[in-house]
Write a protein that binds this ligand. Structure first.
Ligand code: BEZ
Length: 341
């Protein structure tokens, strides 16, 4: 595993008096499936997992996670953890376009790159935070490396391969829509897209004018060729760690993502997501209740109905809601949160 480059960036967050700026460091490592780039914020905290994020198609770590990780109330959480933000190959800022015929890794292979990152950083466990394709990748990683995943936050995950109806619809859409439009339709609901808010204009502009659009299309193809995670309620394949399942109220494929409806809650609802994340970590024994904001404390009951908040680290299996098109892991009611944002 060779390190290819290292860039040092000083973050832009406003600092509190007496605070020193956190440094972000970008690294690349070689893996059996090609090179992968990731950016590390903060310093490793003894006896704590790293928070490792994986972004969705059409985005990179910044466009996917910056609004959440720079949200004010999120600071009291993330100061307790080192963060590793992975960019899928070819999605990092300034990435060159892959040559024609380049064999882009499958989502399973993208998951298989994660051990190289952790080994390089000498990190033993993570709490994964993934959106869409990134949520699928982190789930696959958790299934193959259960002992290294302490928790998962899965935002708008679709754990199933496309069925033939989905394929037919996808092919038909492909006849009339461009790749950026298809990806925007994956990220946002039709209602959001036609509303054309500033946020939609921003992301439409980012994706339509992406200099690495060919690379984005390769990640998109890998996503559409994903196989079933085969997670079944009570079945042989289950996630062993606590899971926080998040579904955006504006999710484009509501049944596939297992609740009332994609959207990008980490962009549109960072406050709600921060609050839920805090409860989730608290249930794992990582956030003292004294760290919770007054608002959080008053709303604990409404958001933690399915989560254990006894303050003990829980390694119990998770319980999640199923949909017609698929199910996520289940097990004894232990430590699962389902959040609709
Ligand atoms: C972080 O503090 O982890 C972070 C900062 C900027 C963008 C994404 C994440």
């Amino acid at each position: 595993m060779a390190e290819l480059q290292e860039v040092q960036i000083t973050e832009e967050k406003p600092l509190l008096p007496g605070q020193t700026p956190e440094v972000a460091k970008t690294h690349s490592v070689e893996t059996p499936y090609g090179s992968v780039t990731f950016t590390v914020y903060g310093t490793p905290k003894p006896k704590r997992p790293a928070i490792l994020t994986y972004h969705d198609v059409g985005l990179n770590y910044k466009s996917c996670f910056q609004p959440l990780f720079q949200f004010g109330d999120m600071q009291e959480i993330i100061q307790n953890f080192v963060r590793v933000h992975v960019d899928a190959p070819g999605m990092e800022e300034g990435a060159p376009v892959f040559p024609l015929g380049y064999q882009y890794p499958s989502l399973d292979q993208l998951a298989d790159m994660i051990p190289c990152i952790l080994q390089y950083l000498n990190f033993s466990t993570i709490i994964g935070v993934g959106v869409g394709a990134g949520a699928y990748i982190l789930s696959r990683y958790a299934l193959t490396h259960p002992d290294t995943v302490e928790g998962l936050v899965l935002i708008n995950i679709d754990p199933n391969a496309k069925g033939w109806m989905d394929w037919a619809a996808h092919k038909l859409t492909g006849l009339t829509s461009s790749i950026p439009e298809m990806i925007l339709g994956h990220l946002f609901s039709q209602e959001e897209l036609s509303g054309n808010s500033e946020l939609i204009q921003k992301y439409r502009n980012i994706i339509t004018h992406a200099p690495n659009l060919e690379n984005i299309e390769l990640y998109w193809n890998s996503y559409n060729n994903r196989r079933d995670l085969n997670l079944e309620r009570g079945g042989a394949v289950t996630l062993k760690c606590p899971v926080m399942l998040v579904v955006g109220d504006q999710a484009p494929h509501e049944d596939a993502v297992m609740a009332d409806s994609g959207g990008q809650p980490q962009l549109t609802q960072p406050g709600k997501l921060t609050e839920a994340f805090k409860y989730f970590l608290q249930g794992m024994g990582y956030m003292a209740s004294s760290c919770m904001t007054r608002l959080s404390r008053s709303r604990t009951a409404s958001l933690t109905s399915a989560a254990s908040i006894d303050g003990n680290r829980s390694r119990s299996r998770t319980l999640s809601q199923s949909s017609e098109s698929g199910t996520l892991p289940s097990g004894p009611p232990g430590h699962t949160m389902e959040v609709s944002c």
